[in-house]
Design a binder for this molecule. Sequence first.
Ligand SMILES: *Cc1c(COP(=O)(O)O)cnc(C)c1O
Length: 227
Amino acid sequence: MGLDDIRGRIAAAERAAGRAAGSVTLIAVSKVQPADRIEAVLGAGQRVFGENYVQEAQGKWPGWRERFDGVELHMIGPLQSNKAKAAVELFDAIHTLDRISLARKLAHQVAEQGRSPQLFVQVNTGDEPQKAGILADELPGFLVSCRDLGLSPEGLMCIPPEDEDPVPHFRLLRRLADENGLALLSMGMSADFEAAIAEGATHVRVGSAIFGARSYGQTVKSTGPLV
Ligand SMILES: *Cc1c(COP(=O)(O)O)cnc(C)c1O
């Protein structure tokens, strides 16, 4: 299956970059994948998964969490403010903190639920008008606002523009993390995770290269990037 291949390629990329074995976390992106493919990957020992849609994740993960110990769920899709409660209940990490109104909602839920998912701030590294994310210039101020609300983002996440070399975007994200004292970098997908590891990714988000192509259509509204 694709999983073994991806694990091998991550290990090779860690070595090539002079990084410690296991320093990169593989997030298997399971959005809109059929249940049998996800169960095969769970069966092979993968425990960290990424989902883009709160409702879809709510529907499928509680059952698997009962059957498989140690599942860790990462929210990597755009998060609507009215889903903040469910997201804090369900996810162990949220990679798409991208605006102050969402930070307020998350802070409220963290206080209410006594549960603190790990937080990544999404940065719009390509300055794309249609894309979510904090602009690089606005990141320091945004982090201050988050901390004032009692949140402690630990990392940054980006989705580089589709038609560009991703490497300058990975470098920018890394520089911003270094400048702002953040340890974690969520960057790199099926097509470019090795380049992201060379640039310091701590979390790579790999979907189709593990599970095969996604078929959208019937169940899920695609508000995320279609790849
Ligand atoms: C779907 C998605 C991925 C996985 O994409 P692949 O190209 O299938 O690896 C990674 N990150 C985000 C934010 C996504 O929406």
